[in-house]
Design a protein around this ligand. Structure first.
Ligand SMILES: [Ca+2]
Length: 217
């Protein structure tokens, strides 16, 4: 248990160090600014996994909001409230290998947080979805995300998740764990709302990869 805690802290510290380095290279974008795609060369566009985190009803602030992962994390916040956001978009370039995205924050008050799994927007999104696959979504140290492995099905959909994903994968080779995972893109996403407590720090972790393993490096 002690070892697990130390390992966890090392991962957190490593992530924070990386974020610090990253912040010199990739400043926050303005909210609403989207990624341009090379319309005629979709194979050259690297899909980005995207997670939107929203304080339900805008009833609390997401204090100390940070996002980190393997590479290229982009954190966007709503305009005019850069220091105390109630909503944020986190994006990270996907690859054919599973990568983890981590989002941490401390709610200013108790309430409910909406987690939305989707892909980034691109100019050519109608023709090329730039889909990504998610599996193993969790809140570290707590069992707050229900069916985060997507292994439990209900009426053809992953139970405990709202919305319709592009594909509810049932293939051991394409899932990170078990048989099931979800394929999403910008316009077909899934949500889950979790309870959060005032002044407690949460860390959401989700694994993702590209949906099309042949087109991307
Ligand atoms: Ca799974």
């Amino acid at each position: 248990m002690k070892y697990a805690r130390v390992s966890f802290m090392l991962v957190v510290m490593g992530g924070m160090l990386y974020l610090t380095i990253l912040s010199f290279n990739e400043p926050y974008k303005q909210y609403g600014e989207e990624d341009a795609a090379v319309v005629d060369s979709p194979q050259k566009v690297i899909p980005k996994a995207r997670i939107d985190v929203t304080a339900e009803g805008a009833l609390f602030e997401l204090l100390d909001l940070e996002a980190y992962g393997v590479s290229g994390i982009i954190l966007e916040r709503e305009p005019n409230q850069p220091a105390e956001p109630r909503f944020a978009i986190v994006k990270q370039p996907a690859s054919a290998d599973w990568k983890a995205m981590i989002i941490s924050f401390t709610p200013s008050d108790s309430g409910y947080l909406r987690i939305r799994l989707r892909g980034a927007y691109y100019d050519d999104i109608e023709r090329n979805h730039h889909s990504v696959v998610f599996d193993d979504v969790a809140v570290c140290s707590e069992d707050l995300v229900r069916n985060g492995s997507f292994e439990t099905e209900e009426n053809g959909k992953p139970s405990d998740w709202e919305g319709d994903c592009e594909a509810y994968i049932n293939d051991t080779a394409r899932a990170r764990t078990g048989d099931r995972a979800v394929q999403v893109w910008h316009d077909q996403f899934i949500d889950q709302v979790i309870p959060v407590a005032e002044k407690k720090t949460y860390m959401i972790k989700a694994y993702f990869k590209t949906a099309d393993e042949t087109n991307h490096n």
